[in-house]
Design a protein around this ligand. Structure first.
Ligand code: FS2
Ligand code: SF4
Length: 540
């Protein structure tokens, strides 16, 4: 196997024996093949669009869920990946019959095979099949950005928000990564276009979420526990959470969020549920201890599964693109009603959660809430009470080196405000960093996709302060990444013109020296140094 798509890749270069995430070589092979056949079907749909034919929504959904399935930590279940490969090949064969001009289609568009050929085919279509290091780097950078984009498109689609132009771009870009005629320059341009569509998909998801659940508002979230048995919901899918909340009314079972599901508490629509108790625990990587002490069932709605311990494996459930062998998968397609009765029945047999923390955390600072506070914030900037905003969005992870972010947050002067989104926040959202004239020093916009809100806020401030360039604002960027959604967030920020982003704890292994140089020369991207150096550089 060879995989280097996430920050925790072995030796900062690539997982070759087994994934640091727990992905085994046979699963890695099937994921490689799933990406390959998804590129193949995308080449076919792209050709059909160019011939004026429409592509059905179900096909668009198949493609985005395929990509989501291959995101780090989402799906460890070989059988479910094989099923997706077979389904995709079947749909592709039907589509291929409708193509008039097949001349420019790549090999991936024609390939078909039975299950006994999958392993052999997978061994020829992985990342290392592209020999030129720079082309490989750009292809993977684009593919990972598209995986993140697909994840956000899937969440929006679950709430009946789709955009044919986004799907058409996603499929065109996937298809193009198989084109050997494309130069490094053309691939670089496509990388930036991917960032533009990253902005669009986050905007689409923001619309989907706020139309369904209202605008996030300042909210204090309980981090303690109640007396009833509970279900812990992790991942990012708000629609799954909504269905579970509906189905647990009057059952005596409480609902808690874990990790990236925390921001659900900020939406007005979820506040009406009396059994929506609070957030339990921290970022995804602490799940081994926290799922154990929770005692009740856990529902993983998306990625960031850590291979479960036997002690709670029988109460861990997956749904959507997520799957783990031996854990029950709750079926249901994009936007379909799901039946969570099995999880609810399981919860009733479990003890109530054990309290591991007590108190409250505050969040809900997405764009509408921040705009409501705009006068106060602008005044604080003008008076010098706020000297700088520091965007510290992104992901958390296991590496000890990530303590840098806690130390950096602690070391920031008291006239600075952290803008955050994603699970990176758990490195500093319980530090009690205080406030500036009533404005908390950690403003949490929400999930990683709500980094869009941080960009909207920056653009609004640029307008208020009548600046020509987003980089003239007193905002600096010190972003932590882990998986591929952070890649699309990064590309989106670059597309919006943000420069001098610090990215850590390590730069992506999939950036070849030449591709890294393009990012450094054109966007001023850099890694992180010591806390002291970076505080001096970024804050002065
Ligand atoms: Fe955190 Fe994991 Fe949000 Fe990432 S919970 S690393 O999926 O996308 O962030
Ligand atoms: Fe390794 Fe990350 Fe790939 Fe898992 S997703 S196999 S940890 S590079």
């Amino acid at each position: 196997m060879f995989c280097f798509q996430c920050q925790e890749t072995a030796g900062c270069s690539g997982c070759t024996v087994s994934g640091v995430c727990g992905k085994k070589p046979d699963v890695a092979a099937m994921q490689d093949l799933l990406v390959y056949v998804t590129k193949g079907i995308s080449a076919v749909t792209t050709q059909l669009r160019s011939e004026g034919k429409e592509i059905d929504d179900n096909i668009n959904h198949q493609i985005i869920v395929n990509l989501f399935t291959t995101i780090t930590n989402a799906n460890f279940d070989k059988e479910s990946i094989i099923t997706r490969i077979k389904e995709t090949l079947e749909i592709k064969e039907e589509l291929l019959k409708k193509v008039e001009n097949r001349d420019d289609l790549p090999e991936a568009a024609f390939w078909n095979g039975t299950e006994d050929t999958f392993e052999d085919k997978a061994s020829h279509v992985g990342i290392l099949a592209t020999e030129n290091e720079d082309i490989r780097s750009l292809r993977e950078l684009i593919t990972y950005g598209l995986k993140g984009l697909a994840a956000y498109a899937k969440h929006a689609a679950a709430l009946a928000h789709t955009d044919e132009e986004i799907d058409a771009f996603l499929q065109k870009a996937l298809a193009v990564t198989t084109d050997d005629a494309l130069s490094a320059e053309e691939l670089t341009a496509l990388t930036l276009e991917t960032g533009n569509f990253g902005v669009r998909v986050m905007e689409l998801l923001d619309k989907a979420n706020t139309a369904a659940y209202g605008n996030p508002e300042i909210t204090k979230v309980n981090i303690g526990v109640g007396k009833n048995p509970g279900i812990l919901v992790s991942g990012h899918d708000l629609h799954d959470l909504e269905m579970l909340l509906e189905q647990t009314q009057g059952t005596g079972v409480d609902i808690y969020t874990h990790s990236e599901m925390l921001p659900a508490h900020y939406y007005p629509a979820f506040k009406k549920y009396p059994n929506f108790i609070g957030n339990y625990g921290n970022a995804w990587w602490k799940q081994k201890e926290e799922f154990e002490s929770f005692h009740g069932p856990i529902l993983m709605t998306t990625n960031c599964i850590v291979p479960p311990k036997d002690s709670y494996k029988d109460r861990m459930y997956t749904t959507g693109a997520a799957s783990y062998p031996g854990c029950t998968h709750i079926p249901g397609g994009v936007g379909e009603e799901k039946d969570f009765s099995e999880i609810i029945a399981k919860a009733k047999q479990c003890q109530a959660p054990e309290e591991i923390e007590h108190g409250e955390i505050i969040g809900g600072f997405a764009h509408a809430q921040v705009f409501a506070l705009a006068d106060k914030i602008v005044e604080a900037v003008k008076s010098g009470a706020i000297r700088k905003f520091v965007v510290m969005a992104g992901c958390d992870g296991r590496a000890k080196s990530r303590n840098y972010y806690t130390d950096f947050a602690k070391g920031l002067p008291k006239d600075t405000v952290i803008l955050t989104a994603g699970c990176a926040k758990y490195k500093y959202n319980k530090l009690n960093l205080g406030d500036i004239g009533g404005i908390p020093r950690v403003l949490d916009a929400g999930q990683c996709n709500d980094s869009y809100s941080l960009a909207v806020i920056a653009l609004k401030l640029k307008e208020i302060f009548e600046l020509n360039d987003i980089n003239e604002l007193p905002i600096v960027y010190n972003i932590a990444w882990y998986e591929q959604k952070a890649v699309i967030v990064l590309l989106a920020l670059l597309a919006l013109g943000v420069k001098n982003i610090h990215l850590g704890p390590t730069l992506p292994a999939f950036l070849s020296p030449n591709v890294a140089k393009i990012l450094v020369d054109n966007f001023g991207i850099s890694g992180i140094g010591t806390v002291e150096e970076d505080l001096a550089n970024l804050i002065g």
